[in-house]
Design a protein around this ligand. Structure first.
Ligand code: HEC
Length: 241
């Protein structure tokens, strides 16, 4: 009993410390892996804006045929922009890598941009969503921007062309004022970030998609089986007085 109690206490304290690493409250985000259109949009944003720095080294392009319902041609024409060492186009069966040189990355950003395949599991989807919506202008930083959730982050605000650039009115209360307009409204940007985080949630555990599909049949089987077992019970017990 005591062991169970201590175990529960440990689990509880570890989640609390994890949640406390951010300096601002996390914003909720609606993850829906069955929304293929959202996953497709997320993939597009990712390859266009993130893959140049962050690899997805456990993910293959070809998986998008089954998981994102995309054709081979669509993937080759719209999602693969990299080439191999000899300049040949990256094959659809390849892993999602890039050509970042660790030394120049260290020089430019101070750190190597990490691989993001498992980021949705290690940081959580709410953390990612909050991170992507919390960049603000800060002239004291080398890249001119800072992040309310990840203070002094070494990453530039690569989506400022979409979101615009905002300066804080009250950081803790998540109040900002836009000083440069982007191509999107606030709502559109939030929707795009939901798509992007949805995509990263899928990449971090593609088996979730299969689990949902199989889970439905398992539950159906259990329901039918329970009903049969119930009928059987009535049959067995009917003569027992
Ligand atoms: C120009 C290169 C560059 C691009 C493009 C870029 N990032 Fe980053 N990113 C970085 C660097 C460098 C870091 C490490 C920052 C640090 O640790 O201070 C980082 C860190 C992160 C982190 C935090 C990882 C962690 O847990 O420490 C996330 C999440 C992230 N990037 C997501 C994205 C997403 C999503 C995109 C596309 C919209 C993107 N990045 C585009 C350079 C980039």
């Amino acid at each position: 009993m005591i062991r169970i109690f201590i175990g529960m206490l440990l689990i509880f304290t570890s989640t609390v410390t994890f949640a406390a690493t951010g300096s601002i409250p996390l914003k909720p985000v609606l993850i829906d892996l069955n929304n293929k259109a959202s996953l497709q949009r997320g993939a597009q944003i990712y390859v266009n804006n993130c893959l140049g720095c962050h690899t997805l080294k456990y993910q293959r392009y070809v998986k998008f045929i089954d998981h994102l319902s995309l054709s081979k041609e669509t993937i080759e024409n719209n999602l693969i922009f990299t080439t191999g060492k000899n300049g040949e186009p990256t094959k659809i069966g390849s892993l999602m890598l890039n050509a970042v040189n660790p030394d120049s990355a260290k020089e430019a950003f101070g750190v190597m941009p990490p691989d993001l395949t498992l980021i949705a599991r290690s940081r959580g989807t709410e953390w990612l969503y909050t991170f992507l919506t919390s960049f603000y202008k800060d002239d004291t930083r080398p890249l001119g921007v800072n992040n309310a959730l990840y203070p002094n982050v070494g990453m530039p605000h690569v989506l400022s062309w979409m979101e615009g650039l905002k300066k804080p009115v009250n950081l803790e209360k998540d109040q900002y004022q836009y000083i440069i307009k982007g191509t999107m409204t606030d709502k559109e940007y939030q929707k795009s970030m939901t798509d992007l985080v949805n995509f990263l949630a899928y990449v971090s555990e593609p088996a979730q998609l299969d689990r949902y599909r199989i889970g439905f049949w398992v539950i159906l089987f259990l329901a039918i089986f329970s009903f049969l077992a119930f009928l059987l019970k009535i049959e067995y017990w009917k003569d027992v007085k």
